[in-house]
Design a protein around this ligand. Sequence first.
Ligand SMILES: Cc1cc2nc3c(=O)[nH]c(=O)nc-3n(C[C@H](O)[C@H](O)[C@H](O)COP(=O)(O)O)c2cc1C
Length: 371
Amino acid sequence: MASPLFEPFQLGKLTLRNRLVRSATHEGLGLPDGLPDAKLPPLLARLASGGVGLIISAHTAVLASGKASDYQLTFDQEACVEAWRPIVANVHECGGKIILQLAHAGGNARHAAIAAGPSPFTGASGAVCRELTLAEIAGIPAAFAAAAARAERAGFDGVQLHAGHGYLISEFLSPVYNHRGDAYGGAFENRVRLLLEVCDAVRGAVGPDFPILAKINSEDFFAGGFSVEESAAAAGLLAARGLAAIELSGGLPVSGPKLSPVRTVDVALPDDPVYYEAAARRIRAAIDIPVILVGGIRFPATAERLLRDGVCDLVSMCRPLIREPELPARWAAGDRRKADCISCNGCFRPAMTGRGLYCTADKREDATSKC
Ligand SMILES: Cc1cc2nc3c(=O)[nH]c(=O)nc-3n(C[C@H](O)[C@H](O)[C@H](O)COP(=O)(O)O)c2cc1C
């Protein structure tokens, strides 16, 4: 039987060559001004040449004050358009497609000086973050919209709103972080408001058929957090607004290593459920736009099972493609061994310290090839 993994897929106006997605990955290759380091274009070209159908960029801050960490990309200035245009064109020449992930770190910024969220909480900096004022919240959708418009001008194939993992939009969605008593806190309708405002502002800033995606938590995996029911409801609201697809992830930085967005859990067998499989079944049944599923997908047989069983429309991987950027080509060529990734998270160390992105378990140096 032919593998459904390598069938083309229509994502809005975008024709993808197959069903494999590189999930957003912070490569740690942003210069101090947020523009891309020279090591980033060859890394992206290598991924595109390695056969993945769609690349989602690193989380890219829409404002300098929304940076999660050092070495992060930003899309807060016009200079980004010219800097990215040739990089995007090269991905296209290598046969790939690339979507820009737009983000704001909120209260989980690693620098305490800029950390600000829906309510005060102890964030990734170790300090208690500041509460955003209503005037500051009002500026967030416009910042996402301006960055999305720049992304479209740079030639990106779409944008993805990062609404998961305990960053700003996810903080508003989550009762763990959001204790506001105004129109942005309390009931689900209030906690989802910022996400919908961002979505509407971005829609108004780009062409009518420019694909807008969102990555959301299927649940927070933390007591009292955003639940799978709320995730399905949020996905329904996004679908009604014409989003091109939803990528389902899960967890918060405080969820612990086995339940965080980057679980140190290696799925052992092809038939074992992947991290958010049960949630994806439920959420996909409730919405009429494509679902992308990320987390723990390591076997081609798992990916095929997820597609054949209707759990999702596209399968997304992050860490396996750090270790093996050519994994899609390997599987397509018939070498169906499991991805070599062991889910150890060693890849964070170089990416967070300005050494680029590579697998420390493999001792592989950062990529240098062009297509
Ligand atoms: C080094 C590294 C960087 C990441 N950067 C991002 C990011 O920028 N945006 C994002 O949404 N998720 C990011 N993630 C999470 C992944 O996209 C993905 O959701 C998670 O790793 C689970 O998928 P996997 O099991 O295929 O690795 C990152 C993960 C790793 C390991």
